[in-house]
Design a protein around this ligand. Structure first.
Ligand SMILES: [Zn+2]
Length: 295
C-alpha cells in the first residue's frame, strides 16, 4: 500500500509514492514558482503529483502533503513566509482533493518531518517525541502515539517562537522581539559572527573556521536554544528529543552546548531524556507526508 506524498518547500516541490516502510517510488522534483502566486504553485504541485503517479504502476490509496506555512485545521494555508508569495489563504487540501480524486491530508512541513522521525527515524519506538528542526528558521513538532499535535491553530511545536534567555533586542522573523529563532537559526548565527568579527561568512565556513569567535557564537546560540528546548520539554514531557536541520549538521560544536542547555533546565526525570540527531535528511517531510496519508 502506498500514498501519494508531496513536499512543498520554498525552493522545490517533491512528489513520490511512499510506503509504510518509508521507501519512495517515482520521485519527482520540480522548482517552486515561489514568486508567481498561489495558482502557479498549485499548478506545479499538481504537475509533480501527476508525474509521480505516472512513473509507477502503483495506485495510491490517499494523498499526504507537507507544506511550508502554518496549516489551518481545514487543510488551508493560514499563513506563510513572504518567500511563497500568495501562499497564505490557499485552500490547499480542497484544491488537491478536487484535482487528484484522492483523500488529502495536509501538515506543516516540520510537523510532517516530526512524524517521519517519530515513526521511522530517531524517535522510533518511543511513545512521544519533541522534534526540533534548526535551519533557516527553527520549527518543532510534538508527536504522541504516532500523531502530531497540530494545536488549535496549527501552531503547536513552534519552538523557535518561544522567548530566548538572551534579551539583546533582536527581531524574530515573526516580528516579535527576542524569540530564540533570532539567536540560534542559521541566519542568526551568521549575523552574530559578522557583527563580532566583521567577516561575512556562511554557517559551514564559520563552523569550519573553529577560532574562538566562531566557537563562541555557535555555543551561545546552541545554549540559548537548549535552554528553550529544556523548558519546553518540562511542559510537554516527551520521551526523546530529536534535533535535525542544517544547523544541527554542524555536529558536536552545536549539539554539546545544546545538550548542556537542555540539561540545565530539565525538571526531574526529564533530565534523562535522550537528545539525539535526526536520522532522515532532505526526504523526511516527503516520507512523513506519506505516512500521514497511510495512517
Ligand atoms: Zn518569532
Amino acid at each position: 500500500m502506498q500514498a501519494l506524498a508531496i513536499d512543498i518547500g520554498g525552493t522545490k516541490i517533491l512528489a513520490g509514492l511512499v510506503a509504510a516502510d518509508g521507501t519512495i517510488d517515482g520521485l519527482v522534483e520540480v522548482p517552486t514558482p515561489a514568486r508567481e502566486g498561489s495558482g502557479a504553485i498549485l499548478d506545479a504541485v499538481l504537475a509533480a503529483a501527476r508525474a509521480a503517479r505516472a512513473a509507477t504502476s502503483a495506485r495510491p490509496v490517499a494523498c499526504g502533503v507537507g507544506t511550508a506555512g502554518v496549516v489551518a485545521p481545514d487543510g488551508s494555508i493560514a499563513s506563510a513566509t513572504d518567500l511563497l508569495r500568495g501562499w497564505a489563504g490557499t485552500p490547499l487540501r480542497a484544491a488537491l482533493a478536487a484535482e487528484l480524486g484522492l483523500e488529502v491530508r495536509v501538515l506543516n512541513d516540520v510537523h510532517a518531518t516530526g512524524l517521519c522521525e517519530a515513526l521511522l527515524g530517531a524517535a522510533r519506538g518511543h511513545g512521544s517525541a519533541l522534534v526540533v528542526a534548526v535551519g533557516t528558521g527553527i520549527g518543532g513538532a510534538i508527536v504522541r502515539n504516532g500523531m502530531v499535535e497540530q494545536g488549535a491553530h496549527g501552531i503547536a511545536g513552534a519552538i523557535g517562537h518561544l522567548p530566548a534567555p538572551l534579551r539583546q533586542g533582536r527581531i524574530c522573523s515573526c516580528g516579535v522581539l527576542d524569540h530564540v529563532e533570532a539567536y540560534a537559526s542559521g541566519p542568526a548565527l551568521e549575523a552574530e559572527y559578522r557583527r563580532r568579527t566583521g567577516r561575512p561568512r556562511g554557517l559551514r565556513a564559520i563552523a569550519a573556521a573553529g577560532e574562538a569567535e566562531a566557537r563562541a557564537v555557535i555555543a551561545e546560540g546552541a545554549a540559548a536554544l537548549g535552554a528553550v528546548i529544556g523548558g519546553a520539554n518540562n511542559l510537554v514531557d516527551t520521551s526523546v528529543i530529536v534535533i535535525g536541520g542544517g544547523v544541527a549538521g554542524i555536529g558536536e560544536a552545536f549539539l554539546a552546548p545544546l545538550r548542556a542547555g537542555i540539561a540545565a533546565e530539565a525538571l526531574g526525570a526529564t533530565r534523562a531524556v535522550p537528545v539525539v540527531p535526526a536520522r532522515f535528511g532532505a526526504r523526511a517531510c516527503l516520507v512523513g507526508a506519506g505516512l500521514l496519508a497511510l495512517a
